[in-house]
Design a protein around this ligand. Structure first.
Ligand code: MG
Length: 385
């Protein structure tokens, strides 16, 4: 029996993870859960899974949360860290959204636990620290992101030195066929309707700008130790191939399935085992055509910015991530336009003085600086509108 903790249990990945876990109740016990403001759902989850501990990160929600359960209720970042490092925990599933996931991720690997990671921001901000610490402790960082789960599965076909390139697929988001002019007028509502995946707001906007794919390139670099010039992105609107690996002999291995997050979640939870699941099986005669095209980096500059940040190295990816979080939030609040997101990220990155081989403090300082800078830039764009 493995004890698991889910950080961010009320989000899209968190809810799917609990469903997968309930299919394997004989193998896993839920020791901890966490939510930010969705305390109504957290209460339901507590009643159903009876965890030992639960964390509410939002202060006001914490104060309103009933304390009449056998479950110990903790508050804030300290609560998340306590949950992640609890001595009885075997596996931490980090499904938090955004940079708030970083410290709990680090706490998990520092305490020698396995980490299943859906919070790509942790790897973008501090991939080197995180993977370095996990290696030192002899622990695994297992991807839950569907593309990285696909790559992890494809990589089993050869040795690391036989890998030619990684090919990350992208659905292309809802605006694949819009012109640059049309992109300027995109509303929040349009940007929030993703054609394939049902996800949280932040990642849905990131998918529409292709920043999500950019963050995934950085994520793949740290997870699999492959340099960025051997990581490519391909648009594949049907999202049946979740990613591919080309080996040096020219053989390309692809992982396919219907788009459903339960599969990568189950793979990470049970890794390296494969176990029967009632996920709908893929019938290629029914999916019809699978198509592929090159990403348009002029129309979607965020993808190029992510490559650039990875090339700049050090604190640059943390700055990219922070500026993007601020810009996405401003867009969701209707403060800036859709195409302002890329401008804010680009300008913030340009103003940043990179610190190479950063320690945690350097990363946190860069994150703070980038947020401040991006906020100021958002205000300027707002005035212009
Ligand atoms: Mg993904």
């Amino acid at each position: 029996m493995k004890n698991v903790v889910i950080l961010g249990s009320t989000g899209s990945i968190g809810k799917n993870t609990l469903e997968v876990l309930s299919n394997f109740a004989d193998r896993f016990s839920v020791l901890g859960l966490s939510a930010n403001t969705n305390i109504r759902l957290l209460e339901e989850q507590i009643k159903r899974f009876r965890p030992k501990m639960a964390v509410v990160t939002d202060e006001e929600s914490f104060q309103r949360f009933p304390q009449n359960y056998d479950t110990e209720i903790l508050w804030g970042m300290d609560g998340l860290k306590r949950l992640a490092s609890h001595p009885e925990v075997d596996l931490v599933i980090n499904a938090l959204v955004g940079s708030v996931g970083l410290l709990p991720s680090l706490e998990t690997v520092k305490s020698g636990k396995n980490l299943a990671i859906a919070n790509k921001e942790s790897l973008v901000m501090a991939g080197e620290l995180l993977i370095g610490k996990a290696k030192e402790k002899g622990r695994e960082v297992l991807p839950i992101d569907s593309e990285h789960s696909a790559i992890q599965q494809c990589l089993l076909s050869g040795k690391k030195e036989e890998v030619g390139r990684l090919i990350l697929t992208a659905s292309g988001g809802p605006f694949l066929r819009k012109s640059r002019e049309e992109l300027k007028q995109i509303t929040v509502k349009e940007a929030l309707s993703h054609p394939i995946w049902e996800m949280g707001k932040k990642i849905t906007i990131d998918s529409a700008t292709l920043m999500n794919k950019g963050l995934e390139v950085i994520e793949a670099h740290w997870l699999f130790g492959i340099p960025s010039d051997r990581i490519e992105v391909m648009i594949h609107p049907q999202s049946i191939i979740h990613s591919m690996v080309e080996f040096v002999d020219g053989s390309v291995i692809a992982q396919m399935s219907l788009p459903n997050m339960k599969l990568p979640i189950q793979y990470a939870l049970l890794y390296p085992q494969r176990v029967f699941s009632n996920n709908t099986s893929l019938d290629l005669t029914k999916t019809g055509q699978l198509t592929f095209l090159e990403p348009d980096t002029e129309k979607f500059p965020c993808l190029g910015l992510a490559y650039k940040a990875l090339e700049m190295g050090g604190t640059a990816p943390a700055v990219l991530n922070a500026a993007n979080e601020v810009a996405v939030e401003a867009f969701l609040a209707c403060g800036i336009g859709f195409t302002d997101i890329q401008k804010i990220v680009q300008k913030t990155l340009k103003q940043h003085q990179v610190k190479l081989n950063p320690q945690l403090d350097d990363i946190l300082n860069a994150d703070k600086w980038a947020r401040q800078t991006a906020k100021e830039l958002c205000c300027e764009s707002e005035i212009k509108r």
